[in-house]
Structures are given as C-alpha cells and as structure tokens.
Design a protein around this ligand. Structure first.
Ligand code: TYM
Length: 352
C-alpha cells in the first residue's frame, strides 16, 4: 500500500479567522485533505504567549474548531485536534530546546517584532537585545515568546510531517524547523525527523494584504476581514479601505494601498473581472467605489456560506467534542511513538 505523505498545520487560538488565515492556510487544508494524511490543529499553547484570559482562550479554541469545520475541513478525512490535548508536545519541546540557541531565536523576525511591541518600542533601529535584558518585570518579554519557534518545530516534527501549508509570514519558522531537525538528527546520528517544506500547489506562498494600505492582514493590525463578519460590516470595511487619489496619467505605477485591493481581488474575483479593473486603472477610467463594491461582493460569496455554518457548528457542543476527542486520540498515537524514539535516542532510558 502507498503511504500518504503527512501534512500538518495549525492556527493560533487568538481570535476569529480572517482572510489572511483563510487564503494563507485554511483553504489549502481543505484542498489537501483528500490527497494527504492530514493533521490540522488549534495552537492554544502558542496563544498563551500573549497571556489571554482563561475564558477568552477557551472560547477562541472553540471558535477556531468551528471555523475549520465550517470552511470544509472534514474530520473523516483529516485529524483535527487541539495542541494541548497532546501533552507529548510539551515534553519534546523541553527536550528539543536543549539543542536550540538563544541567539538564533532572538534573531527571528517575529520575535523581534513581538518583543518590540511588548516593550513599547516603535523604531526598528533600537538595540532590542539590550532592551530585553534590561526590561523590568512589568514590561517583560516572556520566555515563551522566545521559544515559540521551538514549540512550532515540535508540533511539526513530533508528527513527522513532510508538508506544512502556511502563509509567507511563517517561512522563517519553517526554516528553523528544518535546521533543528537536521541538527538533532546529526548530533545523535539518527534519521528521526524529516525536514518539512511549505506547500502551495506549485505557486508562491501568499501574503494577504490588509485594508489599511499596510503590507499584511493581521489580527493585531486591526485591518482584517473575518470569515464571521456580517454582510453589512464586511461591506463597510471594504468601502472604507485605503486608496489614493487615482491615476492621473495612463499606465501610472500602482500605489501600495491600491495594489493591495488588486491582490485581494486576485484571490477572490474571476480573472476577467480583475483584468477589467486593471485596464480601467491603466486608462485612468477606474472608479475605486466600483472596484470596492465588486470586491465586497466577491468576498461575500466566499465568506457568507462559511459564516452561516460557523454559527450552526458553534452551537453543537456534542459534535465539537466528538471531533476533538477523536482527533486527540489519533494525534497522540503518532506523537507518543516519536517521543519514545527521541527519549531513547537522547539516553532517557528506564531502570525498571
Ligand atoms: P497564525 O495563527 O499567526 O496564522 C495562521 C496561518 O495563517 C497564515 N496567515 C497569513 N497568510 C497569508 N497572509 C496573511 N496576511 C496571513 N496572516 C496569517 C499564517 O501564515 C499561518 O499559516 N506559528 C503559526 C501557528 C503554528 C503552526 C505550527 C503552523 C503553530 N505551530 C505548526 C504550522 C505548523 C502561527 O502563528 O500562525
């Protein structure tokens, strides 16, 4: 029998899912689940780095499971589980950290970014290492934030995943995962962990832009369209998206805010519709109001059916419980086997 390749990915339980999560990750989960041995989880331990309230965390986990299911992840085809339901992950995280350098973690772009935010530093140029060491306990950068990439590497390596469908912003974490896998394998002279790669159906990993003219749609950026947004709210957000004064001469270069709208359109609208607006931009006849109306319409075609299903599934505690129990069992089985091997390789062996 042909063994299917293992695919694994997760999303942090930090709020409702937005179009960045959808096009960067979730829509790929749905497309991959038929052809791969697929495992998709909710990263609740990773969400703890921002110290959410216990109630908030619990609700977020439930919402994201509902969003996975509503978007079409099928528990009969894919293993759907919560990260903390697999305690083996926490143990391997401790073990792998012994082979991870503080320096390489501190150089990670997402760490620097989050550390700056935690310390309230605005500029890019400040000596962030110095600020971290000198930080007081009321404005601290927690150690979980630093070791975030180790935990993510363990999520992947403990399931021996080959492919990890994620957006462009997670590529540095994947690169670290490969490095940690190589280092562990070579230190102990074993071939325990495969080196995983990103996956995007032959295309480039996507970066979904925000509505505020910035580079990236993100929960902390406040520039998101959520799958759960009501129709009216969604239309309003799109109509308010940042643009510019419009092209003054034929074939003008496109500014970032307008390019962002084209990028969103490329993800959601038919190719001929995108081309029509690009042509209108090139000959200066474009009306941004029309473009936004069309964009809102095409986004709603994707999100509204998902929204309806989210609302239904959220009310079905028994179903959610059943899916997650079954997922936890499957995910633990493989994780326990890998952890056992890692312990043995490292010399953690029983005397009784
Ligand atoms: P998180 O929760 O930040 O994001 C979840 C997924 O959404 C993608 N994404 C985007 N893609 C394109 N454009 C955007 N604007 C955008 N915003 C978010 C992310 O690339 C990601 O795929 N560290 C991970 C969670 C994680 C994980 C793992 C992923 C933990 N362990 C193991 C894969 C494998 C994260 O922070 O995702």
């Amino acid at each position: 029998m042909n063994e299917k390749e293992i695919v694994l990915s997760g999303i942090r339980a930090t709020g409702n899912l937005h179009l960045g999560n959808y096009f960067g990750a979730l829509s790929k989960f749905v497309r991959m689940q038929d052809d791969y041995d697929s495992m998709f989880f909710i990263a609740d331990l990773h969400a703890l780095t921002t110290n959410p309230s216990p109630e908030e965390l619990h609700v977020n986990v439930k919402n994201i499971v509902s969003e996975y299911l509503a978007a079409g992840v099928d528990p009969e085809k894919a293993t759907i589980f919560v990260q903390s339901d697999v305690p083996e992950v926490s143990e391997l995280y401790l073990l792998l950290n012994m082979h991870v350098g503080i320096g390489e973690l501190m150089r990670t772009a997402s760490f620097k970014d989050k550390a700056r935010k935690a310390l309230g530093i605005k500029s890019d140029s400040e000596d962030i290492e110095h600020e971290i060491i000198g930080s007081e306990t009321n404005k601290r950068v927690n150690a979980g934030l630093l070791t975030y990439p180790t935990l993510m590497a363990v999520d992947i390596l403990i399931q021996k995943a080959h492919k990890v469908p994620v957006g462009k912003d997670q590529e540095q974490h994947l690169e670290l995962t490969r490095r940690f896998a190589r280092r562990f394998n070579s230190f102990y002279g074993v071939d325990l962990f495969p080196e995983p790669t990103n996956f995007d159906f032959g295309g480039q990993p996507v970066k979904v832009p925000g509505l505020d003219g910035s580079g990236k749609m993100g929960k902390s950026e406040g520039n998101c369209i959520y799958l759960i947004d009501e129709e009216k709210v969604l239309r309003k957000k799109v109509m308010r998206a940042t643009t510019d004064e419009g092209p003054k001469e034929p074939n003008s270069p496109v500014s970032l805010p307008v390019q962002n709208l084209f990028t969103l359109m490329e993800l959601t609208s038919a190719p001929e519709v995108v081309q029509q607006f690009k042509d209108a931009y090139a000959d200066c006849s474009i009306r941004y109001g029309d473009l936004k109306k069309q964009l809102a319409e095409d986004i709603l075609k994707i999100t509204l059916p998902i929204r309806q299903r989210i609302l239904d599934i959220r009310n079905d505690d028994a179903y959610i419980g059943k899916v997650l129990r079954q997922g936890a069992e499957r995910a633990r089985e493989r994780a326990a086997a890998t952890l056992k091997e890692a312990r043995e390789v490292m010399g953690i062996r029983k005397f009784y």
